[in-house]
Design a protein around this ligand. Structure first.
Ligand code: NAD
Length: 308
C-alpha cells in the first residue's frame, strides 16, 4: 500500500541533526514528523530510524538510515512481511576518502607529526619510515559501495589494487579478484588491507591470528566495515608482537572504544570514532534514498536496498 505518513525516529540523532533531516522531506506531499519511543504505527506508516524497535513491525515499511543493518533482525521483518531497507550505496566517496586519508597518513606520517606538534616538537622520523602509497599493494576485502569507492581512489593514486569478492567478476581498478576462501593469498603481499564487508556470520572474526601471521610485517590493517569482522584481541597481539606495522580503525567490537583499550596507545594506530560517513550533507544523502523508495512504493516498483 502507499505510504501515507513518514516518521523520523529520534535515534537518527546518532548521525544527523534530526531537524535538518526532517526538513529534507519538506517537499514531500505526505506528512512527516519526528517521533520517540512508544509510538504506535499502522498500515501506511513508514519509519526512518537508526535503531530497531519492536513497534516498527506494525508499520508498512522501515528504513534503516545506516548502511549496515546488522542491529536489525531481518527474520522479524520477513515473518511480518514488513519490508526493511538500508542505506548502502551512498558511502563510496565519504568512506573512500577517509580510507585514502588513513593510507596517506600512515605512509607520510601526518599522524606522527601531529603527535609531536602537540609537544611543540620539530621531529625527524627515521629515514626508513616514510614511503609513498604509489606502487604499494592494497587488498580490499569486500567490493561493494565502500570497497569500490576505496579501490577506484587508490587506483587513481597509482596503487596496485587487489580484492576479495564472492562473485569472480572484474571490478574497474581491481585487476585481480580472489574468492573469500583465498583470503590468505589475497592479503599476503599487501601493504594495506582494507575491510569493507558487512558484519555477518561469515565475516565475523574473518581477520584473526592466522591472517595477521600471513600479512606482511610492514602491512597496515584498515577497518571501515564493522568492528566484529576483526578479532580485536588478535589485532592488539599482532601490533604488540610487530606482526603488522599498524592500523587505521573507524569501527570496533565495542563502541565507543573503551578508555582501557590498548588500541588507543599505539603510535601507528589511527582511531576515528565511527565517522566514516560523517559529512555536512549526510542528512541529504540519506533523504535521497528514502525519497527514492517512497516514489518506488507509489509506482509499485521493488524497493532499492531492500534487505528483508
Ligand atoms: P554493500 O552492500 O554495497 O557492500 C558490501 C559488500 O560486501 C558486498 O559486495 C558483499 O557481496 C560483500 N560481502 C559480504 N560478505 C562477504 C564475504 N564473506 N566475503 C567477501 N565479500 C563479502 O555495502 P557498503 O555500503 O559497501 O557497506 C559495507 C559495510 O560497511 C556495511 O554493511 C556497514 O557495516 C559498513 N559501513 C561502515 C561505515 C562507516 O561509517 N565506517 C559507513 C558505511 C558502511
Amino acid at each position: 500500500s502507499d505510504i501515507e505518513r513518514l516518521y523520523i525516529h529520534e535515534s537518527v540523532e546518532n548521525v544527523v541533526p534530526p531537524e535538518d533531516f526532517l526538513a529534507a522531506f519538506d517537499d514531500l506531499e505526505i506528512p512527516n514528523e519526528l517521533v520517540g519511543d512508544g509510538e504506535t504505527y499502522e498500515d501506511g506508516d513508514a519509519v526512518a530510524t537508526y535503531v530497531p524497535r519492536p513497534e516498527f513491525l506494525d508499520a508498512s515499511w522501515i528504513h534503516c538510515i545506516r548502511a549496515g543493518h546488522d542491529a536489525f533482525d531481518t527474520r522479524d521483518y520477513e515473518n511480518r512481511g514488513v519490508p526493511l531497507t538500508n542505506t548502502s550505496g551512498i558511502h563510496g566517496a565519504t568512506v573512500g576518502e577517509l580510507a585514502i586519508g588513513y593510507m596517506l597518513s600512515l605512509s607520510r606520517l601526518v599522524h606522527v607529526y601531529r603527535d609531536h606538534q602537540n609537544e611543540d616538537d620539530w621531529y625527524s622520523p627515521e629515514y626508513e619510515r616514510p614511503f609513498t602509497v604509489e606502487n604499494e599493494q592494497l587488498c580490499v576485502v569486500g567490493l561493494g559501495t565502500l570497497g569500490t569507492g576505496i579501490a577506484k581512489r587508490a587506483d587513481a593514486l597509482g596503487m596496485d589494487v587487489v580484492g576479495v569478492r564472492r562473485r569472480q567478476e572484474a571490478v574497474p581498478g581491481v585487476p585481480e579478484v580472489y574468492p573469500p576462501d583465498k583470503l590468505g593469498d589475497a592479503i599476503a603481499e599487501a601493504r594495506f588491507v582494507a575491510l569493507t564487508v558487512p558484519h555477518t556470520p561469515e565475516t565475523e572474526s574473518m581477520i584473526s591470528d592466522g591472517e595477521f601471521e600471513t600479512m606482511r610485517d610492514d602491512a597496515y590493517l584498515i577497518n571501515v566495515g564493522r568492528g566484529p569482522v576483526v578479532d580485536e584481541a588478535a589485532l592488539v597481539e599482532a601490533l604488540r608482537s610487530e606482526n603488522i606495522a599498524g592500523a587505521a580503525l573507524d569501527v570496533f567490537e565495542e563502541e565507543p572504544l573503551p578508555a582501557e583499550s590498548p588500541l588507543w596507545d599505539f603510535e601507528d594506530v589511527i582511531i576515528s570514532p565511527h565517522k566514516g560517513s560523517a559529512t555536512n550533507r549526510y542528512h541529504l544523502d540519506i533523504a535521497e534514498v528514502v525519497k527514492e523508495n517512497i516514489e518506488k512504493i507509489k509506482h509499485g516498483e521493488s524497493l532499492t536496498n531492500r534487505v528483508a
